[in-house]
Design a protein around this ligand. Structure first.
Ligand SMILES: Cc1cc2nc3c(=O)[nH]c(=O)nc-3n(C[C@H](O)[C@H](O)[C@H](O)COP(=O)(O)OP(=O)(O)OC[C@H]3O[C@@H](n4cnc5c(N)ncnc54)[C@H](O)[C@@H]3O)c2cc1C
Length: 385
């Protein structure tokens, strides 16, 4: 068993890091204050062949291994987390649902724009009354002649203020097996994107409203068994989430180590205090363990090329927690400077916190892990008598 990256992967990592530093470094960490979406960087990603990395070539993708794509994501996140948001949307999220289940015509209509960095696509899953228990979603879809009519609402739709395409999880009937997905384009009749709101990280999201929204029947991506089938793909999104958490925690760690060597108190570098050394040792173990769990999840794939649920849940839950702890300790090592806006530590801490909730919370991942360990399902709903 070889735990190191092969020479091609190392070369990929190094060249992406150099490119990210030169192209994205100068404006990194300024996007939030300027309240701008990094469209210019979306086009650079497209130019560099970094959109649709894991999509098949017939869809305009590059069909590179998932692990290689995550290496790219890690490097870009370390340099510019906002550009990494674009990279995530153009590779690991709703785009893969469209890529795997959309009809050739639908893909031909939508994918080229996204892969060129001219549009983004988001996933509308969560509803006000359906978060962790996503199968409770109430947004309905019914076929009416050549159209689909959608009614309901979604919340926490990340990137919605900037998105053109929305993969909306809907139900075609009362059962979980009736859940499917429909592509809705901004401007569709009866579809409204709510006012922009902000997460604690500064990222923008909106509510989505569907009031007899009508889209062509060709926009149906899945009309049944959609929950199970989309969830398999969603493991890729979750590994993207974990990788970005790891990357930001690694960046915080690197800054903290450099600071500990430079900052002097009591007439010596603070790195010479055992209290700091043990923090750094714990942080290093958490980062390495996270990386190994992510790499394993990205290499042990099922017959459709998707990561296994158990590996993904372990990688995501562990890394989400580890990243928050590492970021918090890095901030602590910086003292008051870490808590100031002068350094990115406070942003990193705010940012990694969100990934403990997004994409299936840490608790929900642990539920999955426990089911695997005990070899049985633990239904979360109350028993009805
Ligand atoms: C940064 C960010 C980005 C997001 N982006 C998107 C997006 O683009 N599209 C989208 O559709 N959604 C998005 N979401 C929403 C996200 O998927 C939900 O917030 C998440 O699934 C949790 O749902 P909830 O907020 O309704 O919390 P709830 O489900 O109400 O959970 C509240 C708390 O209870 C815990 N809990 C619930 N059930 C159980 C259980 N059975 N066992 C143990 N603990 C439990 C949860 O872990 C959580 O701590 C995003 C969220 C965040 C924070």
């Amino acid at each position: 068993m070889d735990f190191s990256l092969d020479p091609d992967q190392q070369a990929l990592r190094d060249s992406v890091r150099r490119m990210a530093i030169s192209r994205f470094g100068p404006k990194a960490y300024t996007w939030e204050d300027r309240d701008e979406y990094p469209w210019e960087n979306a086009r650079v990603l497209a130019e560099q062949g970094l959109t649709g990395m894991v999509l098949p070539e017939e869809d305009g993708g590059h069909a590179i291994p998932l692990l290689d794509a995550l290496i790219v994501l890690e490097e870009i996140t370390r340099v510019c987390p906002h550009t990494a948001d674009v990279l995530q949307a153009a590779n690991f999220g709703a785009i893969r649902v469209l890529g795997q289940f959309g009809t050739p015509d639908l893909k031909l209509k939508v994918l080229p724009e996204i892969l060129a960095g001219d549009a983004i696509i988001t996933a509308g899953m969560t509803e006000p009354e359906a978060g962790s228990s996503l199968t409770d979603l109430r947004t309905t879809a019914r076929i009416d002649g050549g159209e689909v009519v959608i009614n309901g609402s979604k919340t926490f739709n990340s990137n919605a203020p900037h998105a053109k395409y929305f993969v909306v999880w809907v139900r075609f009937g009362p059962k979980s097996s009736h859940i499917g997905a429909v592509l809705v384009e901004r401007g569709a009749p009866g579809f409204q994107v709510g006012n922009p709101q902000r997460y604690m990280s500064g990222e923008a999201f909106s509510m989505l409203y569907f009031d007899d929204c009508r889209v062509p029947i060709q926009n149906v991506i899945l009309d049944g068994d959609g929950f199970r089938r989309q969830m398999q793909i969603f493991n890729v999104e979750r590994l993207g989430n974990a990788t970005r958490a790891l990357a930001l925690a690694q960046h915080a760690f690197d800054l903290a180590v450099a600071h500990a060597l430079e900052r002097r108190q009591f007439d010596r570098p603070i790195a010479e205090f055992q209290g700091i050394q043990w923090k750094v040792a714990d942080m290093k173990m958490k980062l390495d363990a996270s990386r190994l769990l992510i790499y394993r999840a990205a290499t042990e794939l099922d017959e459709n090329g998707n990561p296994l649920l158990i590996n993904t849940s372990m990688a995501k839950a562990f890394t989400n927690q580890a990243a928050f702890e590492v970021a918090s300790e890095a901030l602590q090592i910086f003292g008051g400077y870490g808590y100031s806006k002068e350094y990115p530590l406070e942003y990193i801490l705010r940012r990694v916190r969100g990934w403990m909730i997004a994409g299936g919370s840490v608790e929900m991942q642990k539920n999955k892990i426990a089911e695997e360990v005990f070899g049985r399902r633990f239904p979360q709903r109350p028993v009805r008598v």
